[in-house]
Unconditional design. Structure first.
Length: 431
């Protein structure tokens, strides 16, 4: 039996980490101030499974994760109960200069991700009602250029294996239940107020009701509260990548507004207009943003103070952009959707790593795009933790993880806290 471990955060990532640590032989506690599993950032996730990333490690991790979602019962070690489903609907990634095909297609080829290249005519044929105009850069609705005619046309790259997870909260609950079957204890409705250290190493946590839990390993998977948890541990002084909480809205279109029978059936990534669309069971569509420069970022100094009500201005902006792209989409009079808070890193790539505080590890900076990788993140963190706790130095000799399905060896230093945030990425949630 390994030592005791505490995971702070019971979202989809924290629950995945708990499962893999329990499988490794650790005695695991998971602490979350929410009263249920998956009620933080996880609950606001669009749960998209896509492969369009700017780095090899990003593509390889997403591709390997896809197989775990497709074999969810096998991943959990149980096929009983109500399990989340993986819905394979494909993704249409519209051309845009900031993320050209030359950036990611060589990665697809190397990793083995199937795809089809569509020109503007093929896009029009395959995607009902689509406007193939190139409008870059995205513009505000009050910009008189918003309705200008497109100066050019665009095509797309289609990845048939992309899709989404039917219920993100249920997926987190599935992982938590699997962890509990392995002996993990979930302490919900309690906040960590102190991280205890002894001789420089973490020794446990103290909760807001005075309870102390002793452990020689603490994992920060606290999402937008991660910087606070780092401060409690006295960690983060050597980070080369910074983090900030970012408020985000995802909007919902009922079937009638989405176009009925002509509603988009595949996911659409449209950085050209600054949005993405994801179909829902029953014919509805989710519309989210890709952080266009014309829409000011809503940074949150205090995640607990974020207004969780959908705003009319952003709803109208994002849904009008969707209507500009798809003729069958209508803009409802009343906004509908969900608000969440992302833990955003400088380069929109997560940090899965050790820290300069012995025994304190982090799975943070997930930037709204890491839900898809939850099955692998648990295994990444367990591998890093076991390597370091057995005397290894992940900084000097980075851990590599070999995918069980793809066979790819993923160098986990790609997610290091010490990396330089100068890699070429889209600078958006698309990564």
């Amino acid at each position: 039996m390994y030592g005791a471990a505490i995971v702070i955060g019971a979202g989809v990532l924290g629950s995945s980490i708990a499962l893999e640590l329990a499988r490794s032989g650790h005695r695991v506690w998971v602490v979350d101030k929410a009263r249920a599993v998956g009620h933080g950032s996880t609950s606001a996730s669009s749960a998209v499974m896509r492969f369009n990333f700017s780095t090899w490690s990003g593509v390889a991790t997403a591709w390997e994760s896809k197989f775990h979602w497709e074999n969810w019962a096998e991943h959990l070690g149980s096929d009983s109960g109500n399990l989340a489903d993986y819905v394979r609907c494909g993704m249409v990634f519209l051309d845009v200069d900031v993320a050209p095909r030359s950036l990611y297609l060589p990665l697809f080829d190397n990793v083995g991700v199937p795809y089809e290249e569509w020109d503007a005519d093929r896009l029009t044929k395959e995607a009902a009602g689509v406007d193939n105009g190139r409008y870059w850069p995205p513009k505000r609705l009050d910009d008189p250029r918003f309705w200008d005619e497109a100066p050019d046309r665009l095509g797309a790259v289609y990845t048939p294996d992309a899709g989404y997870v039917s219920d993100p909260q249920l997926a987190a609950a599935n992982l938590a239940e699997a962890a509990a079957r392995r002996g993990a204890t979930f302490v919900l409705g309690k906040a960590v107020v102190e991280i205890v250290r002894r001789a420089g190493r973490v020794a446990g946590v103290i909760l807001d009701d005075g309870t102390r839990i002793d452990a020689d390993i603490v994992v920060n998977a606290a999402g937008p509260w991660s910087s606070r948890v780092n401060q409690l541990a006295g960690a983060g002084g050597d980070f080369a990548v910074s983090l900030r909480p970012l408020r985000q809205e995802v909007h919902h279109l009922p079937p009638a507004a989405a176009g009925g029978a002509r509603a988009p059936k595949a996911m659409v990534a449209d950085i050209d207009l600054g949005i993405y669309l994801r179909p829902e069971a029953g014919g509805g569509v989710l519309v989210g943003g890709t952080e266009p420069e014309c829409d000011p970022f809503q940074w949150a100094d205090d995640p607990d103070a974020v207004d969780l009500h959908v705003t009319s201005d952003l709803f109208n902006a994002q849904v009008t952009r969707a209507a500009r792209r798809f003729s069958q989409v209508a803009v409802p009079n009343r906004p509908s959707g969900i608000v969440g808070v992302y833990d955003v890193s400088d380069d929109w790539i997560p940090i899965y790593d050790k820290t300069d505080v012995p025994g304190f590890y982090v799975a943070i900076g997930t930037s709204g795009n890491q839900f898809k990788n939850a099955p692998l993140v648990g295994r990444f963190m367990a591998a890093i933790i076991d390597h370091c706790e057995l005397g290894g130095d992940h900084d000097a000799e980075p851990v590599t993880y070999t995918g069980a399905y793809s066979g790819h060896r993923i160098d986990l230093s790609a997610f290091s806290r010490l990396r330089r945030a100068g890699q070429r990425t889209t600078g958006t949630v698309m990564g």
